[in-house]
Design a protein around this ligand. Structure first.
Ligand code: MG
Length: 349
């Protein structure tokens, strides 16, 4: 039996225009009470979107208004994996257009089209995808929050416990987490993910910042039956659509160093299941980048999801698991909210 966790699709409130923050303090903590204000100081938010054809790199100015980067500057490379190497031309596009946000919002309210390079975000106009597509690796960290270790009565690990998810698990913001009817114990894990910008091997901690493109929200959806039945996590962690990511990447200059001190919440149907702060991380982002890259080259677009706080469904009494109709939100202060419904998946063939 699952606990009652409220009505389906209850929308968590109060993040202004979609988790957009005014310029964040660069040190200390950012809490979920630091609600955004619409200003011309909006931080740059990197998105990948589609208008029905190929994925395109863009910028989000609000939940409604985006910029098509290639329309703004056709000389730019067509994918983030290359753009991450030098974000200065992207920043230039942002600076050139950000002041027109209010004008674009007014046009949308009047039901009018937007002039290029602006695009309306949201179906049926431009659909957000996961902000990076086809990363070479999705690396996850188990047991990396002190409160998550405590709920399992586990001693703190001496080194990061790494596992991976298949890149085919990535899912876009707002699109469904699809679970087969034979998967009865699927759980959600809200996490801060760091996106690699510049490739590197054997990266020293003091140089880790040079390899970070930015930060985003991640949901490490987990099939607990497979996770515990197998001797490896790979199958249980790699359900198609079991890696919601987004809605955008916030660049490091908008957040405290290494994303430290950010409030993080995971809500199921509006009910808070996980609530913590990234200061609880046992191994912070610079440590993880250094540790992983001792053994393997990190490539642009690679995702390192830093682990989940306490409160996951499987450790509740009684345990709770995702059900079709649920809506799962991962919100991180200074970044935004990743929201995905849950649907039943049935094979088509
Ligand atoms: Mg996890």
């Amino acid at each position: 039996m699952r606990q009652s966790i409220g009505e389906c699709a209850k929308k968590s409130g109060g993040v202004g225009i979609g988790g957009f923050c005014s310029r964040a303090p660069l040190s200390g903590q950012i809490t979920l009470d630091d609600r955004p204000t619409l200003s011309h100081n909006l931080p740059m938010k990197l998105i990948t979107f589609t208008q029905g054809a190929d994925p395109r790199p863009g910028l989000a100015l609000s939940e409604n208004v985006g910029i098509d980067l290639l329309a703004a500057d056709p000389s730019l490379p067509a994918n983030w994996h290359v753009l991450f190497g030098d974000l200065s031309p992207v920043s230039r596009v942002h600076q050139q257009h950000v002041d027109r946000l209010v004008e674009m919002e007014t046009l949308i309210a009047a039901g009018q089209d937007l002039p290029m390079p602006f695009v309306k975000l949201g179906a049926p106009h431009s659909v957000l995808l996961a902000p990076v597509i086809l990363p070479s690796k999705i690396i996850c960290v188990g047991l990396n929050y002190r409160d998550h270790a405590a709920e399992q009565n586990k001693v703190l690990p001496a080194n990061p416990m790494l596992f991976s998810k298949a890149p085919t698990c990535l899912q876009a913001p707002d699109l469904p987490i699809c679970i087969g009817e034979d998967l009865g114990q699927v759980d959600a894990e809200g996490e801060l993910a760091v996106i690699i910008g510049r490739a590197g091997r054997a990266i020293k901690r003091e140089n880790a910042a040079n390899h970070i493109a930015g930060y985003t929200c991640f949901n490490d959806v987990s099939d607990r039956e497979a996770q515990y039945a197998d001797k490896q996590y790979f199958r249980g962690k790699s359900i198609d659509t079991g890696g919601p990511c987004g809605p955008w990447i916030v660049t490091p200059d908008e957040l405290p160093e290494f994303g430290h001190g950010l409030d993080i919440e995971c809500r199921w149907n509006g009910e808070v299941m996980q609530k913590s702060n990234t200061k609880q991380l046992i191994f912070p982002v610079d440590h993880l980048i250094s540790y992983v890259s001792k053994n393997m080259t990190l490539l642009p677009g690679d995702i390192i999801s830093t682990g989940t706080p306490g409160g996951v469904g499987v450790f509740r009494d009684p345990p709770v698991f995702l059900q079709p109709g649920d809506v799962i939100e991962v919100e991180i202060a200074g970044i935004g909210t990743l929201r995905n419904p849950v649907q039943r998946w049935t094979p088509s063939g």
